[in-house]
Design a protein around this ligand. Sequence first.
Ligand code: NAP
Ligand code: SF4
Length: 720
Amino acid sequence: MTAFPHLFAPIDLGSIRLANRIVMGSMHTRLETMDRPLERVARFYVERAKGGAALIITGGFSPNAEGLMEPGAPLFDSREQLGEHRPITQAVHDAGGRIALQILHAGRYARVPDAVGPSTIASPINPNAPRRMSEADILRTIEDYATTAMLAREAGYDGVEIMGSEGYLINEFTAPRTNDRSDDWGGSLDNRLRLPVAIMACVRERVGKDFLIIFRVSSIDLVEGGLTAEEIAAQATAVEAAGADVINQGIGWHEARIPTIAQKVPRAAWTFAARLLKDAVKIPVIASNRINTPQVAEAVLARGDADLVSMARPMLADAEFANKAREDRAEEINVCIACNQACLDLIFSKRVATCLVNPKAGREIEFDAPPPARAKRVAVVGAGPAGLACAVTAAERGHQVTLYEAEARIGGQLNLARSVPGKEEFDETLRYYRTRIERLGIDLQLGQRPSAQALAGGGFDEIVIATGVTPRLPDIPGIDHVNCTSYVDILNGRRTAGRRVAVIGAGGIGFDVAEFLTSAPQEVTATPEHFAAEWGLDAHIACRGGLGQAPRASPPPCGEGLGVGGLQDRRDSPPPCPSPTSCRRHAFGVTGEGTQTGRGQHERQVVMLQRKSGRMGRGLGVSTGWVLRLLLAKRKVAQVSGVAYRRIDDAGLHIAVEGEERVVAADTIVICAGQEPARSLHDELAARGAKVHVIGGAERAAELDAMRAIDQGTRLAYSF
Ligand code: NAP
Ligand code: SF4
């Protein structure tokens, strides 16, 4: 008897039967741009099929050249391309899986010169304005969808998904935001729904009854001029009547200013909108976004909010998600932590997706090394992300591993990161490693700092130093003042900040600390109700787009531009500072503005400082940095760039900005000035002539991040 009876109940979708309710959602990976693309893509999907996902939906393929996301993006418009698909469908079927092809016309999001749309209204996230489609264009495009669906059938796919959400072409026709037409394809709701219905009907007519068609409907647009609940339900009903077998839930346009999949979005936060679709139609509905554990998925299905769950990123994080859940091994699942760092952020920066917690994702063929000839004795010092990844991978490959950790618990920097609101998902990563350490029989030595002598004489074949970093202490007179503290003590709760806080350093950790100091506690921020209130959501979608009160941040104090939903916003260049004088006043803590934090029920004023000039937060994640910048702006966190630090004393932090001497009257000064590698143990061992490896922050503190650390630890273990 499974612990997840709803999740593992079979279901009939049109002409096919699925063994369970787990759908691997569509995700563009760019794998096709790497070497050995067919082999890579096939292997990527095969691992997920073997791992138990009942249905895989591919990344989007455009039905014609105008609909390409960018030049060279996936296109499926001719029989000559069949050979690029058949090995993939065959491999998935051989592995016992099912696979559907997503058809995605990017509309005005297409970064191609001849992009088209219902109107000439340009998207804020694409510098190219679209050409308004003529009636002939529309009819040809409908035919193109049908042709691609036919090709998909011929290539061996089990079905297609028609992408009708996220602000792409079909969605642009349905919403008054982008559809200003006065012909048969615009104006009334019936006219605005004409394109999705016509595409659906044409595709069904061509492929026949026995071919799965999923239609992805935008369940909440999250933009002004989007659809209302009534209109969304009408669209779902209309595509059902036109022949859809399943409705998949889409959420938010890419230009929306509300996060939809970032860590800040609570788990299952959007299932209220899936419920809206479910109540409108009789065919099965798939719920999506921020469903990342079998427990959450089971609850969604048990509540009746949907019939299936879509998980895209969780399948990157763990290809065996479904099998582990079914076999009562849920605690062995490597859960997607919604960081976007190694998937969407890489995609948006024109690189190939992988996964922070699972560097093998999309790189499966790079980890085909045969098991080692003999089991080695491996010592790993440091149980942060690099050390954990190395120790667990080495043990998986059959080596005998001893893992030393100076603290009383594993995790290193992850223990700090997990205290930031939204980042508590790191708890899942820690749970995963704890379970793996135990089940693999790794000798975990907590509270131990082995000496170089002990390691060198310990009979180890491989010694790995993953001792991490130490916070950098800037050379500022008075840095040892009682009011100064490190981000470490703030985040781990050893020190409580006062009412007026200066944060020295505005890297990822400076931003995290500012967020931590101005947030409600995690138990509040993790609730869908808090999320809805903070971002001005209208859960009834009575207002267009589901925007109850749109999240309008007052202009950020220091001229910071706004970013949007993962794609680069062409308005991202910083607007001029609206009021330099008041900015200064923010910085010097005299405005009386601040944030109700819930951490002590008082107003806290936070000022972030950096020596560099220009906008802060340039190094934050492409798909998530805008969320953090917007939140801090809403909370009136002041940001001052181009400062020179003078000294710290009882009056506060003395700085100079543009030649002007000032005092930030802070009662707490938090140092977030980066880190230095903690590598003395490595150096000592190397001096003794020992064979030693150094990884993670201990090797290089700059660009310290869990993505590099886990990748490096995993790859090193494969070399043993
Ligand atoms: P960081 O990104 O290197 O930022 C260090 C900050 O300290 C900079 O703003 C720098 O700005 C300042 N600084 C450096 N040396 C200084 C000195 N001697 N005196 C005064 N200020 C100094 O380091 P971090 O913020 O500790 O983050 C470490 C890594 O963690 C990041 O690279 C990132 O990969 C990861 N991380 C990312 C996120 C995220 O993306 N949300 C969150 C947390 C951590 P100036 O030199 O201009 O003053
Ligand atoms: Fe999930 Fe982060 Fe991996 Fe992306 S990189 S799949 S968000 S854990």
